[in-house]
Design a protein around this ligand. Sequence first.
Ligand code: HEM
Length: 106
Amino acid sequence: MDELPDAADLRRMHPENLEQSRDKLACFLSGWLGGPKLFSEKYGSISIPSFHAQWPIDEARSAAWLSCMERAIALQPFSLEFAEYLLTQLRVPAHRVVQASRARHG
Ligand code: HEM
């Protein structure tokens, strides 16, 4: 987020210190990917669309978030096939976030 110019607005939505945001996302993705359910163990239950509906998140913000995830995924030693699969799957909750936000903010 700090590196992509298109993600400056997304970065401003986050706290200055990203330590907890990073831990929360990593814990959530662990369970989301079928691994240990670290987020619910540590932070409790969450609905991704309703949680994010506190902000107006449009297609542009969703695209910025997905671009950051694409960059982060590219840094991992994943096969191209898995990297593409992961990004495709992440578009599903990202789209739900936009829908839930639109329902709340119009
Ligand atoms: C669609 C665009 C998205 C935007 C603009 C966005 C933005 C944000 C922001 C601003 C926060 C708060 C960070 C903080 O205060 O620490 C957050 C938290 C979080 N996001 Fe997203 N997000 C998006 C999509 C997603 C998706 C698709 C997922 C899951 C696959 C996700 C998972 C999380 C989690 C687990 C948290 C922490 C929740 C908590 O504090 O309890 N986000 N997001």
